[in-house]
Write a protein that binds this ligand. Sequence first.
Ligand SMILES: Nc1ncnc2c1ncn2[C@@H]1O[C@H](COP(=O)(O)OP(=O)(O)OP(=O)(O)O)[C@@H](O)[C@H]1O
Ligand SMILES: [Mg+2]
Length: 228
Amino acid sequence: MAAPIIARADHVAKRYGEGQAATWALRDVSLEVAAGEFVAVTGRSGCGKSTLLHLLGGMDQPTAGQVWLLGQATASLSDDALTALRRRAVGFVFQAFHLLPTLSVRENIELPLVLAGRAPGARAAELAAAVELDARLDRFPGELSGGEQQRVALARALIHEPALILADEPTGNLDSQSAGRVLQLLIRLSRERKAAVIMATHSTEAAALAGRILHLADGVAVPAPVAL
Ligand SMILES: Nc1ncnc2c1ncn2[C@@H]1O[C@H](COP(=O)(O)OP(=O)(O)OP(=O)(O)O)[C@@H](O)[C@H]1O
Ligand SMILES: [Mg+2]
């Protein structure tokens, strides 16, 4: 049986602003990602990678085209239904970490479970160990390095075992050894837990580990750039 499609974008376009100030962040992009797939989205700064991830995660709606998340058209859902679906099905590692400064590392990691009304149990400690932050559970984000904050954000994105993991430059602030560990963790999640993983990255090394690469240029998909 073919793996179910977890996230699908069909001819999506996204415009920010109006009139003279309008920017087309995406012009026409289509993508289907099945359970267990690991797809990298690459392209120069401003080509629309983060915008595409936000649309696929139901955090924003396209200006044209449609997005399906677990088979549901995001435009057809009420705000409450979309929020509930997103909390259940999506784990997002943001480009800026978006950790809550007044919550400890443990509380930040547990947040998705708390929002979903589930008991945190021992998962936070297990995930903190997986990203080698078990010694930092009672610290606050302001006391951590950029790379450590990135790893907290990763643990938080994974704690509720989402069907879709959206990772926006998850290795951007990490040294090569930590970056390698984060990438291996993402690969394992897609293989073993059959999560669909979509990762925006500037790193050709990181993209090379994905099963498939979507190259964007100026809001559209383009063939792989020729290496110089
Ligand atoms: N909220 C916004 N309001 C107006 N313009 C925006 C907004 N968000 C993004 N844009 C514009 O849309 C385009 C695509 O932005 P996006 O953040 O998707 O690029 P990106 O590929 O993720 O870039 P980077 O590699 O620098 O993260 C850019 O020109 C950007 O300036
Ligand atoms: Mg971006």
